[in-house]
Design a protein around this ligand. Structure first.
Ligand code: NAD
Ligand code: NAG
Length: 321
């Protein structure tokens, strides 16, 4: 294409602007100054905020839906939210356990509702979601918690097990978001909490497919935030991702630790942290808290240096076979 033809194409596609080079240069210089100001402002703001304890929002009047509320972290999170005055909607495939959670909440004077839902099935999620909207109301806080964790070497995992793990630990997050977020957008009010894991920060043996699901949760939440931010909704619809280390719920069947200080965490402690992080609007929280910093630091290290430290600490999970 000759220069003349190029000019013709350009002038056909764009309206004629004739500000010359000066304007664009000034614009660029201004943008560079602005990005510098923002950059340093937000760094100092972050350091300042590290020393402040953010205020915890009131959750009275909110309806909190928790998947996997029959047992473990989900159950304790339900009890914790109920103790703060929220209305709880409990979802699980374990009907008895779910009803037991609701009973315990009612016994302490709270409000709760139980629904059986197998979250591997998109249709079922959408149907039960409609029922909840009619019978209970607008779900403003969604806790995507239900998860499974088969634990053995990669080649001992069968197809069904791997598919089921992705259905529950990853795909269900999409279906839950599709079922509940449109109303949050409409009302410009909502919060989604997702349970990832330290297995979503570090790769671990015997947990290859599981780590994949938990890294996926991290990626989904991080990119969904980016999407909400670009349409200016991130101040109204908040996201929180939680990364617990091994928790004492029975999910983690054969944990091993070389040192006593790295012990199983109680689900009550995890529940308290989840609720507090959500109420303070924190985007990412690990339990213990320093693991998230450890992950960022590890990313700077040469692989073999962090491997040496891991081998020394020698903690993880053994095969359940
Ligand atoms: N326990 C840990 O060590 C640990 C550590 C980090 C992250 N996590 C994550 O925390 C979450 C909760 O774990 P937990 O230890 O409380 O597990 P848990 O096994 O004690 O409870 C999980 C609940 O989810 C329900 N559930 C399973 N499949 C379902 C399905 N198809 N539909 C509906 N409900 C279903 C179960 O019935 C159960 O009540 C999971 O996402 C897990 O990956 C756990
Ligand atoms: C949940 O649905 C899957 C199929 O999508 C099925 O394999 C599994 O057994 C169901 N779980 C229960 C407890 O019904």
């Amino acid at each position: 294409m000759t220069e003349h033809e190029m000019d013709k194409v350009n002038s056909e596609n764009q309206p004629p602007v004739n500000r010359g080079y000066g304007y664009e240069t000034i614009q660029l210089i201004l943008d560079i100054i602005i990005v510098h100001l923002h950059f340093w402002y937000y760094i100092f703001e972050h350091i300042y905020q590290l020393f402040l304890k953010k205020e915890e929002k009131d959750v009275r009047g909110e309806i909190v839906l928790i998947t996997g509320a029959a047992h473990g972290i989900g159950k304790d999170t339900a009890l914790e939210y109920a103790s703060k005055g929220a209305t709880i909607v409990c979802w699980d495939i374990n009907e008895r356990g779910n009803i037991e959670t609701v009973k315990e909440i009612k016994a302490m004077g709270g409000k709760a509702f139980a629904y059986v839902c197998n979250i591997t099935k998109r249709e079922e999620i959408l149907q039960v979601a409609e029922k909840v909207k009619k019978e209970v109301g607008f779900v403003s806080i969604l806790v995507n918690n239900a998860g499974i964790m088969p634990c053995h070497p990669l080649l001992d995992h069968n197809e069904n097990e791997i598919r089921m793990m992705y259905d529950i630990n990853v795909l269900a997050h999409f279906w839950m978001i599709q079922a509940f977020v449109p109303e949050m957008i409409e009302k410009k009010h909502g919060h989604i909490i997702a349970l990832s894991s330290c297995a979503g920060l570090f790769g671990l043996k015997n947990l290859v497919p599981y780590c994949g699901t938990k890294f996926a949760v991290k990626g989904v939440m991080s990119s969904f935030y980016e999407e909400l931010r670009t349409i200016g909704l991130h101040e109204h619809i908040k996201l929180t991702t939680i990364y617990p280390y091994m928790v004492d719920t029975g999910l983690c069947k054969k944990p091993h630790f070389r040192f006593k200080f790295m012990k199983l965490i109680s689900p009550q402690e995890v529940a308290k942290t989840i609720v507090s992080a959500q109420r303070r609007g924190i985007m990412e929280m690990s339990i213990p808290q320093h693991y998230l910093y450890l992950e960022k630091f590890t990313n700077f290290l040469p692989r073999k240096a962090s491997e040496a430290v891991n081998d020394f600490l020698n903690s993880g999970v053994d095969s359940d076979l």
